[in-house]
Write a protein that binds this ligand. Structure first.
Ligand SMILES: NC(=O)c1ccc[n+]([C@@H]2O[C@H](COP(=O)([O-])OP(=O)(O)OC[C@H]3O[C@@H](n4cnc5c(N)ncnc54)[C@H](OP(=O)(O)O)[C@@H]3O)[C@@H](O)[C@H]2O)c1
Length: 230
């Protein structure tokens, strides 16, 4: 029998598998007692949760590179948490960690897959962004696979998204001509003015092909695909 505490955890579980875009009906909010820690366990309290496109894949039981979230299971997600209590030798109260503990306020862990953030890490949420999975994806995809050279043209879709915004900025640091593709004038303006892209084109524009051609006078050397659409 699991011993519990008087503290309550609120968590969001997958209630049913969505067809098309998910709705609130596909989820259920549960309140459950937090189990008492056993030797070797730690209690995590979520501080920042990242919402990412891969989560839609986990809501489906279609064949994938990763298993689906079970019906009734806590929705998955990367979370930066504070260690609230520890009976684990490698973690102490107050440590900040990153782990895939999902859409819930608290999680009990045995330390597997829990990565401690360095002490004094100025912006802990960056462990979910530029210094986390989206940053690794942008860096490895662009530098290891795309391998752009200075002066080459890099085009990136979802240009203001978590991955695309970093792809474009890294490409600029590498001396490339960078053209983003994004949905809407506001995003395109941000890509150029805030992120430093050379140009950004709205994929909803009627003359999108002509604009893309004009922005890439020497053609496209690397295309970083982010959306899987036309
Ligand atoms: N393999 C890995 O390890 C890994 C890791 C991280 C991310 N990823 C993948 O990388 C991609 C980007 O991730 P992210 O976290 O940067 O995403 P994000 O920030 O959520 O960006 C998603 C953007 O894609 C665009 N978009 C969505 N549906 C579209 C459609 N049907 N047609 C055209 N554009 C559409 C939208 O931007 P606009 O409105 O500007 O078009 C949307 O804001 C995703 O495919 C994600 O699954 C893979």
């Amino acid at each position: 029998m699991t011993r519990t505490t008087t503290q309550t955890n609120r968590r969001i579980v997958l209630a049913s598998r969505p067809t098309g875009a998910p709705t609130a009906d596909n989820f259920r909010l549960e309140e459950v007692a937090i189990p008492a820690l056993e030797e070797g366990q730690l209690l995590l309290r979520g501080q920042w949760l990242s919402l990412d496109p891969y989560m839609r894949g986990r809501m489906s039981d279609a064949p994938s590179y990763a298993p689906p979230v079970e019906i009734g299971g806590v929705m998955t997600g990367g979370v930066v948490s504070r260690v609230e209590a520890s009976r684990h030798p490698e973690f102490k109260e107050g440590d900040l960690v990153m782990a895939y503990t999902g859409w819930q306020e608290y999680a009990v862990s045995d330390g597997t897959g829990v990565n401690k953030l360095p002490a004094g890490f100025a912006h802990p949420s960056h462990a979910l962004g530029v210094l986390g999975m989206p940053g690794y994806t942008a860096y490895a995809g662009l530098i290891d696979i795309g391998q752009p050279r200075p002066g080459e043209t890099v085009v990136v879709a979802a240009a203001t998204g978590a991955v695309g915004s970093l792809v474009g900025q890294i490409a600029k640091l590498r001396g490339c001509h960078v053209v983003g593709i994004a949905g809407g004038a506001q995003k395109c303006e941000a890509a150029v003015k805030e992120l430093g892209f050379d140009a950004c084109i709205d994929h909803r524009a009627a003359d999108f092909p002509e604009q893309l051609k004009a922005a890439c006078p020497r053609g496209i050397d690397v295309y970083f695909e982010n959306v899987g659409g036309a």
